[in-house]
Design a protein around this ligand. Structure first.
Ligand code: GLY
Length: 425
């Protein structure tokens, strides 16, 4: 099979490696990712003009395409590929609205009475915004309606220290986008559930937890994600199976509601959930693999990903997808100053350090496999695979000696100290 992959971050490197276990890869890249380029038979640079990508797909007789990043799912590319009879295992622009419009997502949850909704309201003028705060004293998460790259959400009591700051930030969003989403602040442990779906069958992947905050002990500003963990038996030690099942039912209900709505979702769907003391709550729903959490599950995936893509496209997805029963810990190496004032840098990677229990995925970098040039974004995803989360974390730490250069990494992810704090809670 000839597979077209659009996207070139760490998550896409993990997809590319799965594809290459069995089939041929053709890639559309946004950065000159040396791993993806090395794995591909042919590569072009991403352009907004979808015709060039369609021509590339036709020239290479593509059997199935997978469009991975959120900003590209928010273009007409998937629809144009479909119109040109190129099979795609990703949602079109309308179905991707489950991620690209938080208004669409909250309206769907309200209309179909889907469990896990959060009290929310959309405000579009500053007068109403002020009255909104005059009339209630709860804390809120202030969110843009559209894509934020993981960095646009600010929460009162975390990034916003008082009502005045919340009003200022919400006003900024109204000025820019015309409206802002206010969601009542929820407290609890967050977790991610990703699933494959052909819009009828939903097949769940292992549960993962993402660490968004820049600094150790979950402090500092939000980032695209500094690392992520998954455990044996596919749930996390601080979540009960009832909580995980509640979240899975919510995700299934969302997929079913979109089908009933005449907007079927095909591809990978990913829910960011929170386990609160009054039940599971939906923080956001996304139309793709998560990054980094997608890398944890793709590393564990035993089934053939190309068969899964073909089944998603043809509506024949089966509940027989297999994952290795192991724990994983991923820590992202990022350039110095990442998230605040990043500096591009060079990293040297010793040859052939990958083993069965340690992998390096290449993210927003160019250069070669042994010497990468970073951008201002995440550079290398280091993942350990073990029998416990602690063991997987130690595997990453042990392999850091093979990577040289000026970088930042959160060492605390998956350590015993961090996990004990969570399990105690
Ligand atoms: N893990 C955050 C995201 O993929 O949006």
């Amino acid at each position: 099979m000839n597979v077209l992959l659009v996207g070139s971050g760490g998550r896409e490197d993990a997809i590319a490696r799965k594809v290459r276990e069995t089939d041929n890869l053709y890639s559309v890249v946004t950065n000159e990712n040396p791993s993806i380029i090395g794995l591909s038979r042919d590569v072009i640079k991403y352009k907004k003009n979808s015709q060039e990508i369609i021509d590339f797909a036709k020239k290479n007789k593509i059997d199935i395409a997978f469009v991975s990043p959120d900003d590209i799912l928010n273009t007409d590319l998937v629809d144009k590929l479909s119109e040109n009879h190129i099979p795609v295992a990703s949602p079109g622009k309308k179905a991707a609205m489950i991620e690209t419009s938080k208004e669409y997502m909250r309206n769907l949850m309200r209309k179909y009475r889907i469990k896990g909704d959060i009290e929310n309201t959309i405000l579009s003028d500053k007068e109403t915004l002020k009255k909104f705060f005059d009339n209630n004293d709860s804390e809120y998460a202030v969110k843009p309606i559209g894509l934020t790259g993981g960095k646009g959400v600010r929460v009162m009591g975390l990034q916003l220290s008082n009502v005045a700051e919340a009003i200022n930030y919400a006003s900024e969003i109204i000025d820019r986008d015309g409206k802002v989403l206010m969601e009542k602040r929820e407290i609890g442990e967050e977790f991610s559930i990703q699933a494959f779906t052909d819009s009828k069958t939903v097949v769940f992947m292992p549960v993962v937890q993402d660490y968004k905050r820049l600094y150790e002990d979950d402090l500092g500003p939000n980032t695209g994600g500094m690392g992520s963990i998954s455990d044996k038996n596919f749930i996390l030690p601080f979540l009960s199976i009832d909580v995980v099942n509640e979240a899975r039912e919510i995700l299934k209900h969302i997929v079913k509601s979109m089908r009933e709505e005449g907007n079927p979702f095909r591809g990978v769907i990913y829910g960011q959930f929170m386990n609160t003391d009054h039940g599971v709550r939906v923080i956001e729903i996304n139309a793709r693999f998560a990054d980094p959490e997608g890398i944890n599950v793709l590393t564990l995936l035993k089934s053939n990903i190309v068969d899964i893509f073909l089944d998603i496209y043809s509506g024949t997805l089966k509940n027989n997808i297999k994952f290795m029963n192991k724990a994983t810990v991923l820590k992202y190496i990022v350039p110095p100053g990442y998230g605040i004032k990043p500096r591009e840098t060079e990293l040297l990677i010793k040859d052939r350090i990958e083993t069965d229990n340690f992998k390096i995925y290449y993210s927003s970098v160019s250069g070669t496999l042994n010497k990468v040039i970073t951008t201002k974004s995440r550079a290398l995803a280091l993942i350990g695979i073990g029998d416990t989360i602690y063991e997987a974390s130690d595997i990453v730490e042990d392999n850091l000696k093979y990577i040289n250069g000026d970088y930042y990494i959160r060492h605390d992810i998956g350590t015993e100290a961090m996990m004990k704090g969570k399990i105690k809670d």
